[in-house]
Write a protein that binds this ligand. Structure first.
Ligand code: ZN
Length: 248
């Protein structure tokens, strides 16, 4: 995968570019990418929430990204972990310690989050098969989550943002998405294209057909107003591209 990443970075500067920033009505989304994994910072007037952290080994870079975005320990109100895999949840416990922020995890993923160990992965294609052993064995410093989300959580009281966390089991039992305004942040529900701006089935899904139904449910019921989807890898992806890949 190392070679693939290098080739990808060489061909497509955006895949390895510095932080990107999307201004929306009343909030901004900053995306920090390290080792092809995205951490998304949603910033509003009253506070900010970080959705995913990347690997633990990149925590210093992430902290520098947060500070460069103007966010300090007072402004960052919560870390939401899209799911318990090491490339998403890896630095959450460390940020909890250093930045004194609560960590929010979906019910069903507390086992991974507490142990810092991934559950078995189900590859959906060539890249997943190639990466499975390395991805599966990645670990991180585990901890007890501050909040477990069984269904939904309103982020307004904690962060000041008109954002909702919703649990969408599939990629893992405790996978979470965030919806805010015309944006949805969806973790590994699907991924962006390595080349181009399309939506793709993620490298790991144990039930691909159920995943397709889940994506359609998100489009129709959970994020009907979302025009832009921020994903865990590559992206972001426009609504039309998601509809095109996951149509019935
Ligand atoms: Zn994952």
């Amino acid at each position: 995968m190392k070679h693939l990443v290098i080739v990808t970075c060489g061909l497509l500067s955006f895949a390895c570019a510095g932080p990107s920033r999307f201004a929306r009505a009343g909030f901004e989304v900053h995306t920090f990418t390290h080792e092809s994994t995205n951490a998304h910072l949603v910033v509003g007037e009253g506070g900010a929430v970080l959705f995913d952290t990347g690997y633990l080994r990149n925590v210093e870079q992430l902290e520098a990204d947060l500070k460069a975005a103007g966010v300090d320990g007072g402004k960052l109100k919560a870390v939401v972990v899209s799911h318990g895999h090491a490339d998403h949840a890896g630095a959450a416990a460390t940020l909890h310690e250093r930045w004194k922020v609560p960590v929010i995890v979906g019910e069903g993923d507390q086992g991974m989050y507490t142990s810092g160990k991934n559950e078995p992965l189900c590859p959906t294609g060539f890249i997943g098969n190639l990466r499975k052993s390395g991805d599966e064995s990645a670990t991180y410093t585990g901890a007890t989550p501050d909040t477990l989300v069984a269904d939904t959580l309103d982020l307004k009281p904690l962060t000041g943002l008109d954002a909702t966390v919703t649990r969408v089991p599939g990629h893992t039992m405790g996978s979470l998405i965030i919806t805010i305004g015309d944006v949805a942040l969806v973790g590994d529900l699907f991924r962006g294209g390595i080349v181009g701006s399309g939506a793709e089935t993620h490298f790991y899904q144990c039930d691909v057909e159920q995943n397709r139904r889940d994506v359609r449910r998100v489009l129709k019921d959970l994020a009907p107003k979302a025009t832009l989807f921020f994903v865990g890898h590559f992206g972001p992806v426009a609504r039309e591209a998601v509809e095109a890949h996951f149509r019935e």
